[in-house]
Design a protein around this ligand. Sequence first.
Ligand code: LLP
Length: 420
Amino acid sequence: MKELSIGGVPVSELADKYKTPLYVYDQKMIEDRIEEYLEHFKADGLSTEILYASKAFTCIHMLKIIKKKGLSLDTVSGGEIYTALKAGIDPKKIYFHGNNKSPEEIKFAIDSGIGTFIIDNKEEAEDIKRYMAGRDDKLDVMIRINPGIDAHTHKYIITANVDSKFGISMDEKDIIAETVKGLSSLDNISFSGFHIHIGSQIFEKDAFTAAIEKLCGFMKEMETEYGISCRAIDLGGGFGARYTDEDRPVPVKEMMDSILESLLRERKRHGLSFDKVMIEPGRSIVAEAGTTLYTVGYIKKTPHKKYIFVDGGMTDNIRPALYEAKYDADVANRMDEPKTDLVTVAGKCCESGDILIDGIDLQTAERGDILAVYTTGAYGYSMSMRYNQNGRPAVVFVKDGKDTEAVKRETYESMLINET
Ligand code: LLP
């Protein structure tokens, strides 16, 4: 029986050693994807910076890869910042996002010396000013504006439509100008520019072109009407990944070329002076490098379905239940057998919606087989939970035939560690 290997290690070895369910990351795939971004997100006359969106998947091992490759980091909570600092990321390379940063998080971030706040609203700007007043250290700030662009994606993933909870609407120019001027009244706060993020799992280059056109037009207005100019712009993340054959992500080079070309064109057209651009890819760096291994348990036939039950489910991958996300899979110890058995893969949680794949042709599985679900590297572990007191799986990285446990499996005991 032919078996799947990841990073040179047969999956049965990983399953035996670490048990299942198990998140397995092909480290080389992550590194190669980062290299691709570094190589292609470059243009003459524009400095570029890539921020890895740590919400997609964060743990110290992952952040050490980010550090080694020299990327910056997009964080959205005190916890993400803390993890980044523990991984040795230079605080100056940390950007702090979020629509409702708590006073404690704001203080913690400033006291930790993080480089840039992406301010989401006017009240936050006031809080930051209050905390920065009289301090010797300096802080860069950007303001997140909402361009009102809907990239085609699931409604829970959309982040920039007009009623989104994120950012200040581009139409509220007076408020934006007031916020920028208020921040700039402090010597130790430096406003560098605007941030946008138009959605996630985006497959259209045009969505970014439209956003860039709108943003540059807006910046021109801010310059002429309010005398506010920007040194930098941050275009957010959202680049798509391939989950099933239906997905057609734009190759990194093509997407970056298109973004940089529109940016240079629009900068020239409006005579703008910004000389730096950032992007914040999360999913596209880690999704395809991640595979979840499960052990097949009971198999159940109903009048209309055949279920394969696995030892994980919505607790390690909430995306099918939350977004109707689709996944591809293999019975990993039967790779050479035909995929002719139409099944539904369901988890073990006490919830009818705990379905990982609703209808997929697979190799005929038997109890004890290993099921590999692909492209689980983004928003799987980071959105995992412990419903039914199912402990979170371990996270393992594999590279050149060597496996490294990055996060241990939660045990019965460790799940009770915070109970008083
Ligand atoms: N920057 C900002 C400001 C964001 O809000 C996000 C994602 C990113 C960057 C990274 O986007 P990416 O490159 O990973 O698409 N849980 C959902 C995705 C939510 C994305 C939220 N923001 C999912 O599992 O599909």
